[in-house]
Design a protein around this ligand. Structure first.
Ligand SMILES: [Ca+2]
Ligand SMILES: [Ca+2]
Length: 108
């Protein structure tokens, strides 16, 4: 009987402490959970954008410099006028190339 009583006494001392630690480590407030979920969603979106840009560059970036000239951009496009207009729109800094960053911005 005595060891059992000791064990119960021991557990009653340890359990609240343990529960507290568990709450601190594993339990997040709803706000924190929401924040984490949003961060993960953002991360997934960025990854999706990155992959979409990679796909475009893989298809069009013939000289593999990581950006697209107008000629490269028009590869595979059927509506040249629309594609040219799009190129101008994406090419925010107005140089002759659409960079990876400019493509990513367009897809965001
Ligand atoms: Ca290129
Ligand atoms: Ca540019």
């Amino acid at each position: 009987m005595k060891p059992t009583i000791l064990l119960i006494a021991f557990l009653s001392l340890v359990t609240p402490l343990h529960a507290k630690q568990k709450k601190k480590g594993g339990g997040m407030s709803p706000e924190q959970k929401q924040e984490q979920a949003e961060k993960q969603k953002e991360k997934a979106e960025r990854e999706k954008t990155r992959l979409a840009v990679k796909e475009i560059l893989d298809a069009k970036d013939k000289n593999n410099d990581g950006s697209l000239s107008l000629d490269e951009y028009l590869i595979g496009e059927t509506d040249m006028e629309a594609a040219k207009a799009k190129f101008t729109k994406i090419n925010v800094n107005g140089d002759r190339y659409v960079s990876r960053g400019e493509l990513e911005k367009d897809l965001e």
